[in-house]
Design a protein around this ligand. Structure first.
Ligand code: AKG
Ligand code: FE2
Length: 207
């Protein structure tokens, strides 16, 4: 029997819990099977209005080392950058629905990031803008090249940092405590690697 495009892989295992002090994180390595993940990668690469944004850090405007796009029912602002609301494409609307069903959370926006190669990266941060609320649940879908996702506790030095390989078609749920107690980053890689698209689904409330 051939699998109908767009349905979950019936063989996909459930989420595995990632052990993290003060926080809950769940991971599904094969949320999309490789064929569906390939298809979504190609669609999103082509359909997205990718931009390289500048952010203001310590009073200095700097170009981000990656491309991004924002889709949402409402606009968004971070690091002095404001992103206007944009409509959901059929591709993104369907992914959102599937991520909502699997995670049990609702999302009204998604930030897309395109890491063009090994030199693109995201620095240490937590997603803690006031619009996200005090303890957000964020779902992170990865497509394309596997990149390493690092986590370190914001205060406790006795805890070891963690590194997760976010592979093609994987879904990571950052739930209670992750943004409050941990920081995360996607560092540059020393070895050459191809492009990667990451989608973080978020719920933006009243700021
Ligand atoms: O690319 C990733 O895996 C992380 C993205 C991220 O942390 C963010 O968009 O806030
Ligand atoms: Fe983040």
């Amino acid at each position: 029997m051939t699998r109908q495009a767009g349905l979950f892989d019936p063989a996909a295992p459930g989420f595995e819990e990632i052990e993290l002090a003060d926080a809950r994180m769940r991971f599904m390595p094969r949320f999309y099977d490789p064929a569906e993940a390939d298809r979504l990668f190609d669609l999103l690469l082509k359909e997205t209005d990718w931009r390289q944004e500048s952010v203001v850090i310590a009073g200095q405007a700097r170009q981000q080392p990656r491309l991004c796009a924002w889709i949402g029912d409402v606009g968004y602002a971070y690091s002095g950058l404001s992103l206007a609301a944009r409509a959901w494409s059929p591709t993104l609307a369907r992914i959102r629905q599937q991520v909502e069903a699997a995670s049990g959370h609702a999302y009204n926006s998604v930030l897309l990031n395109l890491y063009r190669n090994e030199a693109d990266a995201m620095g240490w941060h937590s997603d803690s803008e006031p619009e996200l609320g005090p303890d957000p649940a964020i779902a992170s879908l990865s497509l394309g090249a596997t990149r390493s996702f690092r986590l370190r506790h914001a205060r406790r030095r006795d805890l070891r940092p963690l590194s997760l390989a976010l592979s093609h078609g994987s879904l990571l749920l950052m739930e209670s405590g992750v943004q409050r107690f941990w920081r995360h980053a996607v560092p540059r890689e020393s070895a050459p690697c191809g492009p990667r698209i990451n989608l973080t689904f978020r719920w933006i409330g009243a700021g």
